[in-house]
Design a protein around this ligand. Structure first.
Ligand code: ADP
Ligand code: MG
Length: 391
């Protein structure tokens, strides 16, 4: 399953923006404050709306007045076009308005884009807690079969229909979309959090901040020793001076990582190694996840890492996207961009306080220069991504 396009209206600085033809691996560049983090937050917003409700998702972001684009009254509209695993294009549309000081679902639609036979079916079509849904989903696409609909009233107009209606669990497309949003993950490592602590415990997936790295490392060490071995080999190849990494389980079940530096006799335990070493280790643990997230965003992975590794890191995240589903990455690193293909690069332009998105491969000049052998990062640095710079 892959998201192919995103349209946003009235969500913070995205008063009216769209990204289309999104590949499996997407790199987003833009000046500070141009909306990279806000774009990722859109998925967190959907996750909050789905796992809780629209009211909670809005409240978490300072309330409707704060969230809606300045000067606008709404509704906030998010449209996600995605290709479901059966290969068909589907659209999920969510509009949120404020009703007597309370955020409500103004409209919610899940539909297939084109019907091979007749008009596309609206699987879910709700407005303010009332609406209808298809009851014969499995028959979609069969010749001569007509849709069967039923009317519903939700108890709470702030709950999404795709959550509130229990029977959607059996609708494959709804289930797939829900699972994509619910398992969505952002990775925004903060080295102070990612520093291995002394906590014991167990985690299969790395958290957003990387604060559970010892637990995930322990999980990989015990359940996927082959993958763990590959991570350790990569570490010794990539971190200058580190000739060997050892993992030892202590009596109380903790994992202690010890990094052997060529010039010292005794290994360092992870708490005392450099930020770059920890960060590289954190990315490798994320990348070697045996069950990758279907949708992952990575915030500026270049910090604390050597520029020479950016090319490889891009390739590894591209592989991760191929295994898992889709990866979005924000960056300020020309080296990282040099490793990306033009079709993978998008840039954000902020004008008069509001942002829009551009696709690098839509620009004729960039296409021509890349075809002649110029790497994208160098072109970005020269200012050829019109409006992507801070001025
Ligand atoms: N409701 C709003 N309307 C318009 N702009 C907003 C709104 N809320 C936040 N912003 C602006 O959006 C920007 C947030 O950008 P951000 O996503 O953090 O950028 P980046 O991650 O690219 O540095 C800030 O400049 C902030 O002022
Ligand atoms: Mg940011």
């Amino acid at each position: 399953m892959r998201i192919e396009a995103i349209e946003i209206k009235n969500y913070r600085l995205f008063k009216d923006a769209a990204l289309s033809d999104l590949p499996e691996f997407c790199v987003v560049v833009g000046a500070n404050g141009s909306g990279k983090s806000t774009l990722f937050d859109l998925f967190s917003f959907l996750k909050d709306a789905l796992t809780q409700n629209v009211g909670a998702a809005v409240a978490r972001r300072g309330g409707f007045r704060e969230l809606v684009s300045r000067g606008e009254s709404g509704p906030i509209a998010i449209t996600i076009r995605f290709r479901e695993s059966g290969g068909r294009l589907a659209t999920y549309q969510l509009e949120i308005a404020e009703d007597a000081g309370r955020p409500v679902v103004h409209r919610e639609v899940l539909k297939f884009r084109r019907g091979q036979y007749g008009r596309p079916w609206h699987f879910v079509d709700f407005a303010r807690g009332r609406g209808s849904a298809i009851t014969n989903e499995a028959a979609y696409g069969q010749e001569g079969v007509l849709e069967k609909r039923e009317e519903y009233q939700l108890e709470d107009p702030s709950v999404l229909a795709i959550k509130g209606l229990g029977q959607f669990k059996e609708f494959r497309v709804v289930a797939e979309f829900r699972s994509l949003i619910e398992t969505w993950q952002i990775s925004d490592f903060h080295i102070s959090d990612a520093r291995p602590s002394s906590e014991a415990g167990y985690s299969e997936h790395l958290s957003a901040s990387g604060d559970n790295i010892p637990q995930v490392a322990l999980y990989l060490h015990e359940h996927h020793p082959d993958l763990f071995g590959q991570i350790l080999t990569k570490m010794s190849e990539r971190v200058p001076g580190v000739s060997r990494v050892e993992a030892k389980t202590t009596e109380d079940g903790r994992l202690v990582l010890r990094f052997q530096e060529g010039s010292f006799k005794d290994p360092f335990i992870a708490r005392y190694v450099s930020d770059g070493t920890i960060k590289m280790f954190a990315y490798l643990v994320l990348l070697y996840d045996p069950r990758p997230h279907p949708l992952l965003a990575v915030e500026e992975p270049e910090n604390q890492l050597y520029p020479e590794f950016m090319h490889e890191l891009v390739e590894e995240f591209r592989d991760y996207a191929r295994r898992g589903g889709q990866v979005f990455m924000s960056t300020h690193s020309p080296e990282l961009l040099n490793g990306a293909k033009l079709e993978e690069i998008f840039w954000l332009v902020k004008q008069d306080g509001f942002a829009t998105a551009r696709r690098a491969s839509d620009c004729k000049l960039l296409r021509a220069l890349v075809a002649e052998g110029d790497p994208p990062g160098a072109l970005w640095k020269q200012g050829l991504f019109d409006g992507a710079g801070p001025r």
